[in-house]
Design a protein around this ligand. Structure first.
Ligand code: DX5
Ligand code: ZN
Length: 225
């Protein structure tokens, strides 16, 4: 995987049919998805439960692009090996979820996986300043994590601040939550290059009618072109 800042669209399967993940992933990739974003929630760090490493391992063979695993769980460290074995390309942990985020990020990389660090809307950019050399991606939450389909919260200033903090380092800036054609432009202009979109990609389509996924992805792409 070579590093570049070309904008990438990462549909979140939180908005897909949970009984049909394999086919949903294949459909959305065929319709132009760059990465697949996988939201893991524990009902403790966030007020919702999704699924865990067993599901990640089951869907892995269906992902031909990049499996981007977003852990909204606490604690993180006891589960890193499980998600690495499940085949994650990226594992992102929340800075708010680990009292020892430095150790957590080291452990992700020690398992041979690219490391991401996520910031809730209420957490300042400075919270990740001292771990930037341990990460391959910073994820800026533009909703309070836990659910798909929430209203976008403007974090443009935080994205700009991170972009200048990162400088020439090969670190992606991902934006997650409420990304749609009307919100995508401002985050890309601020410096984001990975756009997670759940409801905005999966709305109106299905495995038997996947064309809307392609139309929705194109609408985001043309908004940022
Ligand atoms: C929020 C998740 C997001 C979410 C995005 O807790 O981390 O990835 O699924 O969904 P939309 O794009 O619908 O806001
Ligand atoms: Zn997410």
């Amino acid at each position: 995987m070579t590093f570049d800042r070309t904008p990438k669209i990462a549909p979140s399967i939180l908005s897909a049919d949970f009984a049909n993940f394999g086919a949903e992933i294949e459909a959305v990739e065929a319709q132009g998805a760059d990465w697949i974003h996988v939201d893991v929630m524990d009902g403790h760090f966030v007020p919702n439960i999704s699924f865990g490493p067993t599901t990640c391992a089951a869907i892995r063979p269906h992902v031909k692009t990049i499996m981007d695993v977003h852990l909204m769980i606490a604690p993180v460290d006891p589960y890193i090996e499980d998600f690495a074995k499940a085949g994650a390309d990226f594992i992102t942990a929340h800075v708010e979820a680990s009292p020892h985020i430095h150790r957590t990020l080291q452990a992700i990389r020690a398992n041979g996986v690219k490391a991401g660090v996520a910031l809730n809307p209420g957490t300042p950019a400075s919270a990740v300043q001292d771990v930037l050399d341990l990460v391959d991606m910073v994820c800026v939450m533009t909703v309070n994590p836990g659910f798909g389909g929430q209203k976008f919260i403007d974090m443009t200033n935080k994205i700009k601040e991170l972009r200048s903090m990162i400088g020439d380092r090969p670190i992606h800036i991902e934006v997650d939550g409420g990304v749609a054609p009307d919100t995508a432009k401002s985050v890309v202009e601020a410096g984001a290059d990975v756009l997670v979109a759940g409801s905005a990609v999966f709305k109106g389509g299905s495995v038997s009618n996947p064309e809307p996924y392609g139309t929705n992805i194109k609408a985001i792409r043309s908004a940022i072109a």
